[in-house]
Design a protein around this ligand. Structure first.
Ligand code: EPU
Length: 351
């Protein structure tokens, strides 16, 4: 396994940012971790970053340590019982290709998660979700390696601490576990999730995993920019949760505020809040927000990560001033801690 130097990450982050890794290698087998450990002994003070598809990352500067690009590939149908068929996927598999492969094999469950950018290994980190389904609904177990001690462990879904765009791997023990594979349990008798706005309308003919997947692909393509055409990391902010009282007060003032009443409070649409503050389609140099969805920050070509982050901070400020709600970024922001000073709740992967 070769370690390269001054390696461009432009093709490995969906924002298309021209950033470099001081050191870089590709991990195709777990045996390759030996090289990573040797490198670490040589450079104990430098950070290590495991990278999947780079679809949920904002690099605000060059990475000073070792970037390990995960390429652990596997797709296996393990077997079935009366209720489920169990399917295992390597962390390096492209998420959407894997979803379509399960559909080609006549399996259902993951169709609503079609076209989400990124890899299988990154999917549990933030418990990816879309159109009424989350990864946790169909995950069975996660196989991960504590890359510092070489401990290998299977985590049941209950042990993964999955929440809205969150998991133990992201917040409780960040940078500890390298996810190597994910096993899914896909129901032999599927239940379709068609209630999310627009899904039913988009369906034509018989309802199958494939027709739902096709409908979701169509909806996503009409709303969200393709990272291959316009750099982005999907939703840049989480939909914030506010108290019932706060929601009622805002609703009186803004009757069109969209919110979902849940047990813990009311989840409101970050896209709507940002849109109301006038940010949709705005452009500052090459950093901007997408013209069809205010929640998506985009790189029109040559923006730097720092410019995109500055825009994110300005959006946070304006939403805070107008609605009293502090938006939380969804992607991992990699860079200098000083950039987080105005936003203490941002968890930065600090080199
Ligand atoms: N809205 C606006 N203006 C905008 C965008 C949205 O007013 O510019 C309002 C509309 O009222 C719309 C509502 O926001 O009805 C919700 O928008 P949308 O249906 O696009 O969903 P979202 O809450 O913005 C979430 C996920 C997406 C996922 C969709 C569909 C988060 C942070 N985002 O977006 O996930 O695809 O639901 O399930 O939860 C991602 O995580 O990268 C992502 C794209």
């Amino acid at each position: 396994m070769n370690i390269r130097e001054h390696y461009s990450l432009r093709a490995l982050n969906t924002f298309g940012l021209e950033v470099k890794a001081r050191y870089f290698c590709t991990l195709a087998t777990l045996g390759g971790l030996r090289t990573v450990w040797q490198w670490q002994q040589q450079y104990p003070d430098l950070p290590i970053l495991f990278l999947g598809g780079g679809s949920n990352m904002l690099f605000v500067e060059d990475f000073p340590g070792l970037v390990v690009h995960i390429k652990l590939m596997e797709r296996t149908i393990i077997g079935s019982d009366a209720e489920y068929t169990y399917v295992k996927a390597g962390a390096g598999e492209n998420w959407h290709d894997f979803v379509r492969w399960t559909i080609d094999k006549g399996l259902a469950g993951l169709e609503n998660l079609s076209l989400i950018p990124g890899t299988v290994g990154a999917a549990p980190m933030q418990n990816i979700g879309a159109y009424g389904v989350e990864l946790k609904d169909h995950a069975y177990e996660i196989f991960a390696v504590d890359w510092k001690t070489a401990e290998m462990r299977h985590f049941s879904v209950a042990e993964c601490g999955f929440g809205y765009r969150n998991s133990r791997f992201k917040s409780l023990e960040p940078n500890r576990w390298l996810i190597a594979s994910v096993t899914f349990q896909l129901p032999n008798k599927p239940t379709w999730h068609l209630d999310y706005a627009g899904v039913k309308e988009q369906l034509t003919g018989e309802v199958t995993a494939r027709s739902i997947s096709d409908a979701i692909i169509h909806i996503r393509q009409s709303k969200l920019p393709d990272p291959a055409q316009l750099g982005n990391a999907g939703s840049f902010f989480k939909n914030p949760m506010i108290s019932d009282e706060h929601y009622q007060t805002l609703k009186e003032q803004y009757p069109h505020l969209s919110g979902w009443v849940l047990e813990e409070g009311v989840k409101v649409s970050a896209g709507w809040l940002i849109d109301q503050c006038g940010w949709k389609g705005k452009r500052f140099g090459d950093a901007g927000t997408y013209e069809r969805h205010a929640l998506v920050l985009v790189n029109h070509g040559q923006a730097s990560g720092a410019q995109i982050w500055q825009l994110a901070l300005d959006i946070i400020d304006s939403v805070e001033q107008r609605f009293g709600i502090t938006l939380e970024p969804e992607p991992n922001v990699v860079g200098k801690p000083m950039l987080s000073q105005r936003m203490p709740n941002v968890v930065l992967t600090q080199p």
